[in-house]
Design a protein around this ligand. Structure first.
Ligand SMILES: Cc1ncc(COP(=O)(O)O)c(C=O)c1O
Length: 414
């Protein structure tokens, strides 16, 4: 296990004050903080070998290309994928759009079902809806139970129809933290229809637990660098290369071609066919440094650290009068996003008072409106943890809740 006190020194931002109070950062599910090692790697790129990749014969271009391709290899090794199946995108959202436009648009049609779940982030809903307008398939959804788990009876019923051609599911909910049994679900989808593909949203799981794309049964896995200690502006699609080979390009332009005439083009090999224009070079290099940082800590250790925090957080919050924690109450079944309600208070009011206390929590629908609606709410307050959080942060959260209740005159302050 790593030493959090030592590790926190790698994150310069954690030393800052907010409204005169020490920052307590509990919003890593939205964007994580960046260690000095990542800042240094990005800085080194811009100060020592900034150049475009794959095009130049000069030293800088070769160094930049080597570092960029090293980053691709690092993502592949981190997720158990094949480097030829790793496409750098702007974020997870763009990775979903790529699969929607290049796979679903081509391969799903009337009579086919694209299955999602009620706990998906909008990034794993809206792209399918946009494509459905052209392709005419049906969209079905797996509901969420009162405990925040997927309703597997409904899942089995829909999958049993044999019509599901694409199943898109999050490995970990960004609102209620649920860890879904993706491998088991993927196995059932593939068994029911050998043409079906499984698209896994790893935006919340890849940063927080060990990932093996094969063990998950994922044909496509999408994630974002900025949630796993990396820079903003880089995401990844980890796909089976043979699927990418069968897909038309998503975006067109330089770099993704083999040959071009005024009338038509032929395309580069995968994954370059899907990286049109100058790619996210500095960002991918920063992401590689982030992955190195995570690998050094060990993802099993990251998960173990967070499981302890989640367990302590749920115990602490459920002990406060008027506070309800949404989703699974068992830390083993959930990730580090903890949404809660305080009876009689609006999440935006809670977030505002917490901010005055130096606490960065998230209030809103978290881009998962169908799920938040199923909780009977329009918004929740969410505290989310990462490897740099400590039990002191949970104590600060509890103090923040007390302060909020006191501010609004809610009774039963502890
Ligand atoms: C579960 C989940 N999926 C997808 C996304 C989209 O990530 P991005 O905004 O980086 O594209 C997020 C971001 O919050 C998320 O939490």
């Amino acid at each position: 296990m790593f030493d959090v006190t030592t590790l926190r020194k790698d994150f310069p931002i954690l030393d800052r004050q907010v409204h005169g109070r020490p920052l307590v950062y509990l919003d890593s599910a939205a964007t994580s903080q960046t260690p000095q090692q990542v800042l240094d790697a990005v800085d080194r790129f811009y100060t020592h070998y900034c150049a475009n990749v794959h095009r130049g014969v000069h030293a800088l271009a070769e160094e930049a290309t080597a570092a960029y391709e090293h980053a691709r290899g690092r993502v592949a090794a981190f997720t158990g994928g094949d480097p030829r199946g790793v496409v750098f995108t702007k974020n997870a959202t763009e990775a979903f759009n790529l699969v929607a436009y290049s796979w679903a648009m081509e391969r799903l049609g009337p009579g086919d079902v694209l299955l999602v779940t009620q706990m998906e982030h909008h990034a794993n809903l809206v792209p399918w809806q946009l494509v459905q307008r052209h392709a005419g398939f049906d969209i079905a959804s797996v509901p969420v139970t009162d405990e925040g788990l997927l309703d597997l009876d409904v899942f089995d019923e829909i999958v049993g129809s044999g019509r599901v051609k694409l199943f898109a599911v999050t490995a970990m909910s960004n609102v209620v933290g649920t860890i879904n049994p993706v491998a088991e679900l993927a196995q059932r989808v593939h068994a029911a229809n050998d043409e079906a593909v499984v698209v896994v949203d790893g935006a919340q799981s890849v940063p927080h637990m060990p990932t093996d794309v094969h063990a998950l049964g994922a044909d496509f896995l999408c994630a974002s660098g900025h949630k796993m200690l990396g820079p903003t502006g880089v995401g990844m699609l980890i796909a089976r290369p043979e699927l990418l080979e069968r897909m038309p390009p998503f975006l067109g332009g330089g770099e993704m071609i083999a040959d071009v005439t005024v009338q038509r083009s032929t395309f580069n090999e995968v994954p370059y066919k899907f990286e049109a224009g100058t790619p996210v070079i500095g960002e991918a290099i920063g992401l590689a440094a982030a992955i190195e940082y995570l690998d050094d800590l060990g993802m099993d250790n990251v998960r173990a650290h967070e499981e302890q925090l989640i367990s302590a957080c749920i115990d602490a919050l459920t002990g406060i009068d008027g506070v309800t924690v949404h989703g699974p109450q068992d830390a083993a079944r959930r990730g580090a996003a903890v949404s809660f309600a305080i009876e009689g208070l609006h999440p935006h009011d809670i977030g505002t008072i917490m901010d005055r206390e130096g606490l960065a929590v998230r209030a809103g629908h978290h881009c998962a409106k169908p799920l938040v609606r199923s909780l009977g709410a329009v918004a929740t307050t969410r505290a989310s943890f990462y490897l740099y959080n400590t039990p002191d942060d949970i104590a600060a959260l509890v103090r923040g809740i007390d302060a909020t209740k006191e501010f609004f005159g809610v009774r039963n302050v502890r």
